[in-house]
Ligand binder design. Structure first.
Ligand SMILES: [Zn+2]
Length: 294
């Protein structure tokens, strides 16, 4: 349609149509990134374990980018203390004791872009067929034991795994890419402190509380800004894997415009210092998790 400029000159019809069609394309701006492949993103499936604060952020980012399918695993219900940092949860979800995985799936699917399949359960409830369908896995978990489980399942099924951790102002990201020779997994560098933590369940509010079974439960500090940063970094690593892994498998190089994901080192964020640092990791030849591949 022709339009008239303020000075009365007719605006070129082709130019106007071009701008309109560009603005009608949902993914136009990200498709302008060199190395981007929207069809690849649309055709990909990601398994996310944990539908809490980081899970909310990760799902939001992947849905906005137009990922095809998500399996979302969580057995928990929404608590009032989740509402300061979970974009998909509402007060009514607390009152109705609704399940996190189902609420995130329902609300995120309203964007009409991504199929989200909630799995109400734990990692061990995820069937083999789900792993075989996935192009990447991600943990948004608050306990080390479950993260190690997902780490070893992902390695076993040859699926890149993106781990995240959050503690107040601090956060971390670590990718395990089984297709990369000698890529360390998260268990390779387990410290004795990590092993101790395995027997505590970290669950996000700041103090140790006694549980019915006699164990204590550690509640961690958490704010949405750290969660957003880490959830975004995690989504970014997943996208880099989706856009780059096929090429890597062919010739050992990553998509030059997208760059490699963070593997072989952990990316740490310190919000008190406004700083990102890398911690180098090496493969442990006697790590059972990444040396028992089928
Ligand atoms: Zn390992």
């Amino acid at each position: 349609m022709g339009e008239t400029k303020q000075n009365g000159d007719a605006v070129d019809d082709i130019g106007i149509l071009g701008v309109e069609s560009i603005n009608q394309d949902l993914f136009d701006r990200q498709k302008r990134l060199k190395g981007w492949d929207q069809e690849k993103i649309r055709a990909s499936t990601v398994l996310i374990v944990g539908a809490g604060a980081t899970g909310n952020e990760l799902v939001k980012n992947l849905v906005l980018m137009g990922l095809g399918k998500i399996y979302l695993v969580d057995y928990d219900t929404v608590d009032r203390s989740n509402l300061n940092r979970c974009v998909f949860f509402k007060e009514a979800d607390v009152e109705q004791k609704r399940l996190k995985a189902e609420i995130v799936a329902r609300n995120a699917m309203e964007f009409g872009r991504t199929q989200i399949v909630p799995i109400v359960g734990k990692i061990e409830d995820v069937k083999e067929d789900v792993y075989k369908e996935c192009d990447a896995t991600a943990s948004c978990l608050d306990n080390m034991e479950a993260r190690l489980q997902l780490n070893s399942f992902s390695y076993y099924y040859d699926i890149p795994f993106v781990d995240s951790g959050i503690d107040g102002w601090f956060g971390s990201i670590f990718c395990v890419v089984p297709q990369v020779k000698d890529c360390p997994c998260i268990q390779c560098s387990m410290s004795s402190q990590d092993l101790d933590n395995m027997f505590k369940k970290f669950s996000c509010t700041g103090q140790e509380i006694a549980k019915e079974d006699g164990f204590t439960e550690m509640k961690m500090a958490n704010i949405i800004t750290t969660t957003s940063i880490i959830g975004a970094l995690q989504a970014q690593q997943i996208v880099k894997i989706l856009l780059g892994l096929d090429q890597y498998k062919k010739d050992g190089t990553w998509n030059e415009n997208v760059g490699p994901p963070v593997y072989g080192k952990e990316l740490r964020y310190d919000g008190t210092k406004n700083a990102f640092t890398f911690i180098e990791k090496t493969k442990n030849p006697s790590c059972w998790a990444c040396n028992i591949k089928k």
